[in-house]
Design a binder for this molecule. Structure first.
Ligand code: G3H
Ligand code: 13P
Ligand code: ZN
Ligand code: NA
Length: 285
């Protein structure tokens, strides 16, 4: 049921919904995402990020997705996406391992280097029929301690979005419009005017990073204004681990690993399903 990220995101963009790009870290979290997608009959992306690759290895994770799709007879469209790669070579490795979508993140590099390497990744992705994502502007980390001035300075401008989009040819474009990775100490306020201006200029699907902790009404508004891929990681891990904590609070001597993990899987699956519905992707398989 693998589908190119390009096809998947374009369908969402044209039809006014967003694809949830859900980060998975291990067998349990891959299972939670797959079962949620199947139950909602939704196309989804499974994101493999740098932390998981460092801990588990790209190929073990990649093979786990294949195995679990077969084991659970998953029928909905699935796209495996490489998240926040900082190396051209790693993007090429993912391409050879049958990922369907690649993100080169050169947002920390000088703009010329970001453009040059992103463009190279896009060329390979295009040739292989994969989707390619690039990032322009700096999306915050868990940097709630930085000042408002500094936060404003990180917002992607229309000119840089347009230049980057045209120079690289990315299929979908990650921009910084007020979200941050991780949890927020204060409620984020997305820059909707800027989002609309960027969409108007680049005429491509926009990717929203840092999806965890963004209020539902702002997510809905962002989708109306051209966001067609929404990355979610922290809220999923939080669901999983809070369920594990609750399990142990009740049964502090339960050493049956599968029973403990099952509570985590069920909780994370429920959160993924809630996001899929919020993004308008339920029933779009
Ligand atoms: O070509 C891409 C490699 O990741 C090396 O990057 O050109 O910034 O050294 P670089
Ligand atoms: P959150 O952890 O804030 O959901 O961000 C996820 C993300 O953007 C992964 O690329
Ligand atoms: Zn991100
Ligand atoms: Na976030």
């Amino acid at each position: 049921p693998y589908v190119s990220g390009k096809t998947m995101i374009e369908d969402a963009w044209k039809n006014g919904y967003a694809i949830g790009a859900f980060t998975a870290h291990n067998l349990e979290t891959i299972k939670a995402v797959l079962l949620a997608a199947e139950e909602e009959q939704a196309p989804i992306m499974i994101q493999i990020g740098q932390k998981a690759i460092n801990e588990m290895g790209m190929q073990p994770l990649r093979e786990a997705v294949d195995s679990l799709i077969a084991h659970h007879q998953i029928s909905v469209p699935i796209c495996i996406h490489l998240d926040h790669s900082r190396k051209f070579e790693q993007c090429m490795e993912a391409a050879t391992r049958n990922f369907q979508s690649l993100m080169f993140d050169g947002s920390a590099l000088p703009i010329e280097d970001n453009i040059r390497i992103t463009r190279a990744v896009v060329e390979v992705a295009n040739a292989l029929g994969l989707g390619a994502e690039g990032e322009i502007g700096k999306i915050g980390g868990t940097e709630d301690d930085i000042t408002v001035d500094e936060k404003d300075a990180m917002i992607t401008t229309v000119a840089e979005a347009l230049d980057f989009s045209e120079a690289t040819g990315v299929d979908y474009l990650a921009v910084s419009i007020g979200t941050a990775h991780g949890v927020y100490k204060t409620t984020p306020e997305l820059k909707f005017d800027r989002l609309s201006e960027i969409r108007e200029a680049v005429k491509k699907p926009i990717v929203l990073h840092g999806g965890s902790g963004v209020p539902d009404d702002q997510i809905v508004e962002a989708i109306k204004r051209g966001v067609a891929k929404i990355n979610v990681d922290t809220e999923l891990r939080k669901s999983f681990l809070e369920a594990v904590q609750a399990h142990w609070a009740e049964q502090p001597e339960d050493w049956i690993l599968a029973d403990v993990m099952n509570d985590g899987i069920a909780a994370m699956k429920a959160t993924v399903q809630q996001k899929i519905r919020l993004f308008g992707a339920a029933g779009k398989a």
